[in-house]
Design a binder for this molecule. Sequence first.
Ligand SMILES: Cc1cc2nc3c(=O)[nH]c(=O)nc-3n(C[C@H](O)[C@H](O)[C@H](O)COP(=O)(O)O)c2cc1C
Ligand code: SF4
Ligand code: SF4
Length: 261
Amino acid sequence: MRKNKVFWFSGSGNSLALAKEIAKSLGESDLIRMTTKNFNYKLEEDFEDVYFIFPIHAWRPPRLVVDFVETMNFSNAKNIYAFATSGGAISDSFYYFDKILGKKGLSLSLAKSIKMPDNCIYLYNPPLDSPKNKEIIDNVDLYLSSSLDLSATQPPYQRASKISAMFLTGLVGSFFYKSLKNFDKKFFATDACTSCGICTRICPSYNILLDENRRPNWKGTCTACMACVHLCPEKAINYTNKTMKRSRYICPSVKIKEFLL
Ligand SMILES: Cc1cc2nc3c(=O)[nH]c(=O)nc-3n(C[C@H](O)[C@H](O)[C@H](O)COP(=O)(O)O)c2cc1C
Ligand code: SF4
Ligand code: SF4
């Protein structure tokens, strides 16, 4: 019997919901969250099929996911799959991911993406009222299971046009990765914060600590997943004043406790 590892990364639960759906349809599989603490992960001998499930950030896989894969030891993997959730624009993300694997002598067997509500709250108000998103949110398990097709295709994924690949995944993606160094300077918590500490336990890069007044502080290693903004139970965390009036989003088939580290 083949055993599967399903590695997930998620800011508002879309990719976690997809990872759970994939694990369910595979049968015997381990679900592991990708965080900075489990960098250098060594794949056990008896696991052959490896799945990476993540959102698209600036037309690339999230920076932390790339770092996770670069530090991982999984040369014994037979098949590598990537499934992404996105707001609908992935450009050449899978080719970029395949090149990261290529540096380790590995390659993608299959990669697919599924369109989900866009959680990029610092740019847009998550469009929860659009008829398409409402339909997804109301029937998320059914939507994910019917959009999921794990059967291999040739080629293993669609390439983007040259212009899109060069400009979006190439230039904009590279600018975005570089900008992460200073990204978290614009976070703040309002007086609604109850000092519960949940934000310190959901951040995949362990980037949030409570200060002496038990208020969150961001420490400079943010990967822009937006989990702290969407999942703070008091909606106290903001990214510039722009997010003050915007709605928070959590995929309806996941719970905050599934993110707790
Ligand atoms: C920083 C950031 C950048 C994003 N960039 C893109 C993008 O380039 N293309 C896209 O279609 N969606 C983009 N999105 C939307 C997410 O990919 C999408 O909402 C995804 O389903 C979120 O999944 P999660 O809840 O598992 O994090 C972005 C979201 C964030 C937070
Ligand atoms: S999760 Fe929200 S309420 Fe809790 S400590 Fe963090 S900012 Fe404050
Ligand atoms: S600080 Fe917030 S947005 Fe940045 S990685 Fe942590 S949870 Fe994600």
